[in-house]
Design a protein around this ligand. Structure first.
Ligand SMILES: [Zn+2]
Ligand SMILES: [Zn+2]
Length: 216
């Protein structure tokens, strides 16, 4: 499996395209919110002769769904996310208004993803974890053999997702990261929804929010 990262919008959201030799690809958190960013994404797909077959959201905060409608319409795809993200979809226009951002009403979630669901495309397969705390329906997509996890806003390099927005809970986030994400191999690469990549072992030992020894 190959992974391509784009960083879009003033929120600097990481959008990921995963693809393999079949040329099928999936798009995770399309955050392109103007024509230039849309064209950039389309050009990559065209140049690599890829065929998008799925549109996934790690979660449905405004900044992660900017490009949902564009991708859904362009490639005739349906939004897939956790059911608990419906509130965020419904609040997106209000949130956009607060930030002074122009946005069309996003499509509802058409297909629900649950923990342990397998996401299949081409010759590839991703596993799913449900890791609430940043939002109620945050998902992590990972593949052990290819050694990577796409974690949305659950975990960042040396930080964690904010927990002060509706559906967020600090204690839940900490315990969910420790019991679920930290069960993944230490060498596994972690691709967050914002900022640079990291790996499970580094965060286990150095993340100030998650490294208990720091406080003893
Ligand atoms: Zn978020
Ligand atoms: Zn975000």
């Amino acid at each position: 499996m190959q992974l391509k990262r784009f960083t879009f919008s003033p929120f600097e959201v990481n959008t990921y395209i995963l693809y393999d030799k079949s040329k099928e690809c999936i798009i995770i958190d399309p955050a392109c919110n103007n024509k230039q960013e849309q064209d950039y994404l389309l050009n990559f797909i065209k140049e690599n002769r890829l065929k998008p077959v799925k549109l996934l959201n790690t979660h449905c905060h405004l900044d992660h769904i900017f490009g949902n409608k564009f991708i859904a319409d362009t490639f005739n795809l349906e939004t897939e996310a956790h059911k608990e993200e419906e509130n965020n979809i419904n609040n997106a226009l209000n949130a956009a208004h607060l930030y002074g951002i122009q946005m069309k009403e996003p499509y509802p979630i058409k297909k629900y993803i649950n923990e342990n669901d397998l996401i299949k495309f081409g010759f590839s397969e991703l596993k799913t974890l449900h890791v609430p705390g940043h939002t109620a329906g945050s998902l992590v997509f990972y593949n052990i053999e290819d050694n990577f996890a796409i974690v949305g806003d659950v975990l960042f390099k040396s930080s964690i997702g904010r927990t002060d927005l509706p559906g967020g809970n600090y204690e839940t986030l900490i315990s969910q990261i420790k019991t679920k994400l930290f069960n993944l191999p230490e060498k596994m690469n972690v691709y967050p929804g914002h900022g640079p990549e990291t790996n499970i072992g580094f965060e286990k030992h150095h993340n100030p929010f998650l490294n208990d020894e720091k406080y003893t």
